[in-house]
Design a protein around this ligand. Sequence first.
Ligand SMILES: Nc1ncnc2c1ncn2[C@@H]1O[C@H](COP(=O)(O)OP(=O)(O)OP(=O)(O)O)[C@@H](O)[C@H]1O
Ligand SMILES: [Mg+2]
Length: 386
Amino acid sequence: MQPDNMLSPEKQTILIVDDSPENIKILNQILRDDYLITVATSGDAAISHIKTRLNDNSNNPPNTNTSQHLPDIILLDIMMPSMDGYEVCRQIKNNPKTSDIPVIFITAKDEVEDEEMGFKLGAVDYITKPISHPIVKARVKNHLLIKRQHDCLRNSISILHHKAEILQQKAELGMLAAGLAHDINNILFVAMMIENLQYLIPDDLQERSMIDEHIKRAIESLEMGRDICHGFTNYLKDIGEEEMVHNFPPLLKPLDMFQRTFKVKLIKEIPPNLPYIKCKGSQIKRLVLNIFMNACQAVEAKKNGRIIIRAWSENERLFFSINDNGDGIPDHILPHIFEEHYTTRKDGNGLGLAMVQKIVNSHNGTIDCSTAIGEGTTFTLSFPVV
Ligand SMILES: Nc1ncnc2c1ncn2[C@@H]1O[C@H](COP(=O)(O)OP(=O)(O)OP(=O)(O)O)[C@@H](O)[C@H]1O
Ligand SMILES: [Mg+2]
């Protein structure tokens, strides 16, 4: 056993197994410039070389890449005393840790039966004696290329498996967290009954103002808890959701409930047979809801407040607009409306349109706002159709 070259991380390694010094010399000359060569002069030496490499690898801590210590390819002579090439090949192919190493047999010309036998045992190719330089070079190069691609593919598959496992764990955690948020939300809902206490306590009771103050604080905390739960539940819904093909009108469904709460007149001008869009449904619902809530707030104080939602398709895109007849957006406010935390409302967070913008961007969409003081505001959006 004699390693002829220094270890080089880039070079692939070849194990030459042959009992003929002449053959070893020729193969070495042909291949040594491009590869790292190791030689075994018998079948037993080849097997013990591989076993040593396997033991080295198993003693190394995980994640250290020692697989290069195993040969990337084996050039194997068939006729050898004691253990012949077939037996060496059989043992290599029977071990799952080495079965992927390509084996090329070196045979005397015209030994067709030998070749068949070798292929049955799992060899990838043959080199016939007398050895031809260009053929050896080409065959070794091709099989090493295939081996490298195979290794890359296997690495990618194992990374994908790992990622799939992480995603699975995330999904399970998400389910747990969603269940928890849901339960806490229900508990908070019942606890909100504390609100009714203030109506039950007689006005003339001593310390009434103190009791009112405590109730107020408790309600504020409960409300905050419910807000956090809602935000959390929505977040979990979003991360677990895949993009799917959606028909647009059903995505407007949540508006009906909010329309009843705000008691606003909602006109829908939605033609039938609109093209479908590929999107995360819950995100588009949140987007529509946020623009709609802003419109509701804009017309809240108006006598004849109304909101019109239109949809149409044009140039492979689905368009829809939400128009209100509120006061419009003043020039000095308009450039800021999509900024995070920008709000002109007393109880606003300034997060609605910033979130809308993010959803639009992640769906390859567009958004446009046109507004006129005293007349109202229209947000127009578009998304690519499927
Ligand atoms: N339809 C509209 N009419 C008039 N002003 C609007 C309209 N839509 C948005 N705006 C203006 O844009 C600002 C930012 O809107 P955005 O939805 O981001 O935040 P917000 O409504 O103030 O708070 P929230 O985070 O609760 O949604 C609003 O405060 C308001 O000044
Ligand atoms: Mg808003």
